[in-house]
Ligand binder design. Sequence first.
Ligand code: BG6
Ligand code: GLC
Ligand code: GLC
Length: 924
Amino acid sequence: MDSIGPVGLGSRDGPQGCPPEGLPHPSDSSKVVQKCLQQFMVTKAQLQQIQDSLLDSMEQALMGHSGPMPAVRMLPTYVGSTPHGTEQGDFVVLELGATGASMRVLWVTLTGTKGRRVQPRSQEFVIPPEVMLGPGQQLFDFAAHCLAEFLEALPVGNQCLPLGFNFSFPCHQTGLDRSTLISWTKGFRCSDVEGQDVVQLLREAIKRQGTSNLDVVAMVNDTVGTMMGCDPELGPCEIGLVVDTGTNACYMEEARHVAALDEDRGRVCVSIEWGSFGDDEVLGPLLTPFDRALDQESLNPGAQRFEKMIGGLYLGELVRLVLAHLARRGILFGGCTTPALLSQGSVTLEHVAEMEDPSTGAARVLAVLQNLGLRPGPSDVELIQHVCAAVSTRSARLCAAALAAVLSRLQHSREQHTLQIAVATGGQVFERHPRFHNVLQETVMLLAPECDISFIPSVDGGGQGVAMVTAVAARLAAHRHLVEETLAPFQLDQERLASVQVQMREAMAKGLRGEASSLSMLPSYVRATPDGSERGDFLALDLGGTNFRVLLVRVAAAGVKITSQVYAIPECVAQGSGQQLFDHIVDCIMDFQQRQGLGGQSLPLGFTFSFPCKQVGLDQGILLNWTKGFNASDCEGHDVVALLREAIGRRQAVELKVVAIVNDTVGTMMSCGYEDHRCEVGLIVGTGTNACYMEELQNVAGVPGDSGHMCINMEWGAFGDDGMLDVPITCFDASVDRESINPGKQRFEKLISGMYLGEIVRHILLHLNSLGVLFRGQQTQCLQTRDIFKTKFLSEIESDSLALRQVRAILEDLGLPLTSDDALVVREVCQAVSRRAAQLCGVGVAAVVEKIRENRSLEELTVTVGVDGTLYKLHPHFSSLVAATVRELAPRCAVTFLQSEDGSGKGAALVTAVACRLAQAAQV
Ligand code: BG6
Ligand code: GLC
Ligand code: GLC
């Protein structure tokens, strides 16, 4: 058959739709009927071909290999597990798109595992045709109106209700509550919705409607609702199959096989969207002229070809087209047609189901046809039943082939030869058609004989399942709120940062004047940055950062050559007696000298000592107080150079000339200053944090002289120790401070530096865990362990190049039992903590460079900041955030950050070199 003739009231019809010519001979007519119905037969080989081809399309789409118009879409749904049945609460479900032109609103109460099932309340609303095809806003307003009407009749009060949106169209989801419509299918074609987030559109409509107590928390495809609504006591159900107006299925896929997701663990529910299978013409030989005519007259010609052979919206229409064709050929109704028979949509799924139903029999067929104004003859009834059976059997068999493809996929991905699985089924075709289910089941057994499948009808048309997903989404939304609330005090706005800058400037000024201030502003007795004329061999010590180093620094015309050795300072030594600490240092020097063949030589020594010291000269530094992890006894209040000399004296074998003691900030500034003469600031963001800069000598109280400069060690780590720091100190900061060895001290440092950030994060994670937000609320022993969360983890976790799965691996190594959602939250926590740190550090730098600019009465200052420290160097975003904050707060300063390559030991050697040169000059 090449043509089925016009589908409307055509010119070939005679008066009142009767044939212009005589009727065909009965033997001709049986041939025509046979030929016509044969086209709906699908052989086993053809079904297997569909199964294979669909499987191939699914696998291509999973790998992300399909083009812009894929045969099937394989859309991740953000549903990660089948229900446990533990969810509880009241939920509103809005169903749109599954059941043709109606919208359903349900009130579902979940009672958890123990409770008895509560029958949901529901109400159905017919969507006017003009709304299904009109502007999108009208459709969503209609939905919001239905919701309001439904809720009005219930004793809801002000209770805020989570709403699950069962939206049965292909959507790109990027979260449970973020879902963009790809294209309308079935009987809908509203403008301005494709490409939009339908959750947002619904939220806006609800707001316009003025319903304030509904919170749209999840969007769920009907297949997913069907799968999730299965009674968990019947075992896990991992496929949801819907044959309603349209058709589709979802199933639990291994997450690692879904290229669109950054996930290597667990399973995720994927909506196949198999309705569009065949849009690329693979179904060609199976398509009858009726299918082609139906497609042409549909709202979406060329699309959803597979769905149009299976879905309930189309079965009645196919039957109508066949009946009209047979009538025109004079085989049915005495060759007469009626306007109703020739009108699209006049035969429905219900009609087909009823006419095929053996219990209602011929009487029902007659009734249906009479409604269409037709007068069937005695032989017509049986023939019409054959037509219905041909169309519906084909539908069930094609659907079975598609389901068999999913089963093959599961067998393959789970590497199981025999698969035992439950399939949840839903939709009008299953519910209303008398034979659909049986034909489907028989055909699946034929195509996938090695699978043991149980079919489970869905509860409440998927409403229960949507409520389950909504419950999960509502929990996630509540968690999100808690995370945001927890991290809010870490967000510092521009105004706050500017106010901290002002406070710092005040504290600097007071410190310089020798007045009480949390900034000690310690003179370093370094008066100039290197000029390049320094020469000689020097020893240097570098104590107070991550590593203790002994260095040999050779400063020559050709440049600086450094040989160094790292030595451990065990915690028991750092926190033992001062004598023990300095003896250990001298032992390390002796070892170094021996290894370097320096025995017998007495080289001048520069000592980088990264703690606050009150200097009265270059080689005299009284330790004010220990910071960071050090706490050796009998050192505070003593000159550390003297302590070192005493230790040298105790080890008589060695002779050393300690020439200079410098803070690491000063060493860094000097070291960078050797490369860049504009370097007049030294910044450390490592274990601790601090800065130094070149101040006008006239501003420095307590040091004689009015001209020239002096490098000032600010000791900004202690900024705010007098309570004058206008930054919200969170309970996490307070805990870190309380548990430190110097509570109440180094408040600014404890917000910024590497020694503390990991601990702040650990305390936040503990809090979120206690709220049930993280690690499923399970108590995690390892998080109780101090310092388990190293600051280097922040640098790793926040790295842009790190996939979520790698983040999870880092955390799992610590023994944290986390999900992907947890990994995202941990990353967010790290970002909040490190961002605050970088911004505060930027505030400090801005205060310093502005002070230099003002000292020199310059409109614009160009200056370089020499920087060192593991946090600054290793963290992926710290340095750029510092720079951005400085640009914002010190717009008149052009600041270049220069990272120190050789550590501050080199700087200490350069200070020593300058001192030696000056001493020699003085002797001459
Ligand atoms: C090093 C310096 O390069 O940086 C040390 O030589 C300094 O003196 C250190 O203390 C700071 O970084 P961290 O991360 O080691 O504390
Ligand atoms: C259509 C929709 C799909 C839905 C199915 C069954 O195919 O595109 O999302 O699941 O109909 O309602
Ligand atoms: C601590 C020390 C300080 C040092 C800084 C960086 O804040 O007190 O002297 O510069 O750490 O290491």
